[in-house]
Write a new protein. Structure first.
Length: 249
């Protein structure tokens, strides 16, 4: 017959076996949980990649243009040539920006993704500081001397740049730099600029007086000198050499 001690030992052995089996199962389950977690993560990554780069869920459905005033947004979209229907993540933003930058009125452009399904084109257009008239057409000129837009008539706030038939190509850019360097109060007093060569620029003021400016070099100092000279009565102010200004009655 089994003794009480033998029964106790048997129960102890069985209990130990059960505990060992539970520990083994826990280890196996932990390993499986790691495997299942990795598989789930891989599945999520693969699904996200497919959703973003290959599916039509996040495909381009349109282009938003901001900052276009001189330009027609429809023209910008046409030149941008964004491939609608393609995944938004695969659009070459630099290529789009490069195409839009070719439009003359564009000074700067920033192209970005507007999730979930649009491309956004933010444009900074050139600003006119003067106008030129060619073949009867009034055109705006920016501070770099770039002719970038047309006007139906001459804006009263913008001075005219007059050029001769043999005006040097760089003279327009120099004249535009002069206008950009003038303080607003002096800009408002200019009727037109004459630019026949890069170093013989002159200003005709609205009161009929003439300013010999020379080139665009040192324009900031020339503007300061002119502001002082205008308090003196004269018909001509020569600031081409700002350190030695000349006035004539």
């Amino acid at each position: 017959m089994r003794t009480t001690t033998e029964d106790a030992d048997e129960r102890t052995i069985q209990l130990a076996r059960k505990r060992f089996a539970r520990r083994q199962w826990a280890r196996r389950w932990l390993a499986w949980r790691v495997v299942l977690g990795v598989l789930a993560l891989v599945g999520l990554v693969v699904g996200a990649v497919w959703l973003v780069f290959f599916s039509s869920v996040l495909a381009v459905s349109g282009v938003k243009v901001a900052g276009a005033e001189v330009l027609d947004p429809r023209e910008v979209r046409q030149v941008a040539a964004v491939p609608t229907g393609s995944p938004l993540a695969t659009v070459d933003l630099e290529a789009v920006a490069s195409r839009v930058e070719r439009l003359t009125p564009v000074l700067e452009v920033d192209v970005s993704r507007s999730w979930p399904d649009r491309v956004r084109i933010d444009i900074t257009e050139r600003t006119a500081v003067a106008v030129v008239i060619r073949d009867g057409v009034v055109q705006g000129v920016d501070p770099d001397g770039v002719i970038f837009r047309r006007y139906p008539s001459r804006p009263p706030s913008l001075p005219l740049i007059r050029m001769g038939a043999n005006t040097e190509p760089d003279a327009l850019a120099e004249a535009a730099l002069v206008m950009a360097a003038l303080p607003a109060d002096l800009q408002a007093r200019v009727r037109y600029l004459s630019a026949y060569t890069v170093d013989t620029i002159s200003l005709r003021l609205r009161n009929g007086k003439v300013v010999r400016w020379g080139s665009a070099a040192d324009s900031a100092n020339k503007a300061k000198v002119l502001a002082v000279l205008l308090d003196q009565p004269a018909s001509l102010y020569d600031v081409s050499v700002p350190g030695q200004p000349v006035i004539r009655p």
